[in-house]
Design a protein around this ligand. Structure first.
Ligand SMILES: Cc1cc2nc3c(=O)[nH]c(=O)nc-3n(C[C@H](O)[C@H](O)[C@H](O)COP(=O)(O)O)c2cc1C
Length: 204
């Protein structure tokens, strides 16, 4: 693992071994493996347990593969075609009501969908695959191509696949094909109220 991935405090190795590659080996992904990865997303926590996430997927070469790929922006199309599966993560913006509360607009749909993304990424990693989230999407065309009902929000696309050597990537992407580091924990975790001296970082 890269020196950039040395934690400030000891954590489970899975968190460090997950990273977002762009070089994939273009292999086929058994649907059972994909379903296991999505199953992990299913078990994410959500506000009132409404489970607002939905997963639309295409497997490499299936009937939806090309139309799904066409919804990535030009940058992501440069590399994502070698992945084995492409998932679009949606969230339901409507919080269904029950006997204790009325139906309302959800304030947590994106937050909850983010939890599902992370469970997907960690399950994929622990299974020997890699996952890479992408917000660089053609949002305008997506609702038509994916037949999205109005109340659903497209959050991100996610590639899943087996990591490959960076050699086949274009030079600019090759240089970026390394696990990234993080700012020190002391710049993001504070005992008590928000410290004045970090206001500048917060505004960036
Ligand atoms: C919401 C979200 C959107 C992202 N969008 C893109 C994207 O469009 N294209 C891309 O190559 N990477 C994208 N990334 C990957 C991030 O750049 C990456 O997660 C970040 O640099 C940290 O690196 P790591 O995931 O390897 O730890 C996205 C990640 C997230 C969580």
């Amino acid at each position: 693992m890269s020196p950039a991935r040395t934690p400030d405090h000891p954590i489970a190795p899975l968190f460090l071994s997950r990273w977002s590659p762009r070089a994939y080996d273009a292999s086929d992904l058994p649907v059972a493996d994909l379903l296991t990865i999505l199953e992990a997303g299913r078990w994410a926590p959500s506000a009132y347990n409404v489970q607002p996430w939905r997963f639309l997927y295409a497997l490499r070469g299936d009937t939806n593969w090309q139309s799904f790929l066409s919804l990535l922006d030009p940058f992501n199309q440069r590399w994502a075609g070698e992945a084995s599966a492409l998932i679009f993560l949606l969230s339901d913006t409507v919080m269904p009501g029950d006997e204790t509360r009325p139906m309302t607009h959800s304030k947590y749909h994106s937050f909850d969908a983010g939890a599902a993304w992370m469970q997907i990424a960690l399950q994929a990693t622990s299974f020997g695959y890699a996952a890479h989230a992408m917000a660089g999407l053609d949002f305008e065309n997506a609702s038509k191509v994916l037949d999205l009902p109005k109340r659903f929000n497209l959050e991100v696309g996610i590639t899943i696949g087996r990591r490959a050597e960076a050699a086949n990537l274009a030079d600019d992407l090759k240089a970026r094909e390394v696990p990234s580091g993080r700012r020190p924990l002391e710049q993001m975790a504070f005992a008590g109220p928000f410290p004045e001296r970090f206001n500048v970082i917060a505004a960036e």
